[in-house]
Design a protein around this ligand. Structure first.
Ligand code: NCD
Length: 328
């Protein structure tokens, strides 16, 4: 085995966008998350690597699993956690986002996790405060921890994602999950397909390094994984699709529709699911196919890894072989 060539430190103190990460960053996150995933499953207590740190979860938009997942991740590693959610935040009393950000930052939290319905909100928080910020979902823009937990779930099944064919189905237009997943899957050299009605696909989607389909049978051909997305009606301004029933008939996933996919095709959904619309209940509950609960499980491990790495509390360094074999 050749000796390491140079040391690489995890270079980020915030996580705002998948676009900030390189493949080495991703593999550092996955390595750490893998330890946590196994230990969480065995219910082993974790080392309190975030002891003495305060994590503030600022959720201006409703959330169940993402907020619970960040809270569990931070607490499992010994951080103090403060949650502000939609109704409780002073924003509802007319305060500007900048004032909210500055006031919370004045209390010196170590990490702020921000979810907001405006694209760019997490980056704005980071800019105004200079604090460590994790983007917990900003409008229809990005949801980087969701993409990381999705890709991590796939690597647990496949080892490498490179060359695998993954299809994201449904309301891509309003989906931050889709945008972050497309970036990350492209970075990891997967083949990405998008499928949905033209009204729910961005006009420039063909420039995203993906293949766009409107016919589900064509899109599912030979897929190694499929990801169903709900219609995010809270972000739709007009009637973009005719009805839930019609959407289900054309784009709803079920066992029969997967006949053209790879025999081991994995079925994913970020939640919340609308059973009978974008996914059939029997498929969502099929342990041979669906990895939906594993995605939720992986979410805690991924967020544990992110919190440790951005705060410099985990082993933050990796030795990279420079190819000369005579490294440092
Ligand atoms: C997603 C989100 O909030 O963007 N959910 C999640 O974080 N698991 C997807 C959605 O709301 O449909």
């Amino acid at each position: 085995m050749s000796r390491p060539g140079f040391a690489y430190d995890f270079p980020h103190s915030s996580l705002l966008s998948v676009g900030d990460l390189n493949p080495l960053d991703v593999s550092m996150i996955f390595e750490r998350a893998s330890l946590h995933f196994d230990a969480n499953r065995r219910k082993e207590p974790r080392e309190r690597t975030l002891d003495g740190l305060a994590v503030v979860n600022l959720f201006f938009e409703n959330s169940t699993r993402t907020l619970a997942s960040f809270e569990m991740a931070a607490k499992r590693l010994g951080a103090d956690v403060i949650n502000f959610s939609a109704g409780s935040a002073s924003i509802s009393k007319g305060e500007s986002l900048a004032d909210t950000a500055l006031n919370l930052n004045a209390m010196n939290p170590d990490v702020m996790v921000v979810r907001h319905n405006a694209a760019g909100a997490a980056a704005y928080f980071a800019k105004v405060t200079g604090a460590a910020v994790v983007n917990g979902g900003d409008g229809a823009h990005e949801h980087p921890t969701q993409a990381l937990l999705d890709a991590f779930t796939l690597t647990r099944h496949w080892g490498d994602i490179g060359g695998k064919r993954i299809c994201i189905i449904g309301d891509i237009l309003h989906s931050r999950v889709a945008r972050s997943n497309i970036s990350l899957l492209n970075l990891l050299n997967a083949e990405v397909r998008l499928c949905g009605p033209a009204t729910l696909l961005p006009a420039d989607a063909d420039r995203w390094g993906v293949t766009v389909f409107h016919d589900l049978d064509e899109a599912l051909e030979g897929c190694d994984a499929v990801m169903a997305l709900r219609m995010q009606k809270e972000r739709m301004s007009g009637g973009l699709i005719p009805s839930d029933r019609e959407f289900a008939a054309l784009y709803g996933l079920n066992h029969a529709r997967l006949d053209v996919a790879s025999p081991d095709c994995l079925v994913m959904h970020p939640g919340p699911m609308n059973r009978g619309v974008e996914i059939d209940g029997a498929l969502a509950d099929d342990p041979e196919r669906a990895v939906i609960m594993e995605q939720a499980e992986a979410g805690v491990a991924i967020r544990m890894a992110i919190l440790e790495l951005i705060t410099g509390r985990a082993s933050n360094q990796r030795y990279v072989d420079d190819g000369t074999g005579d490294g440092a």
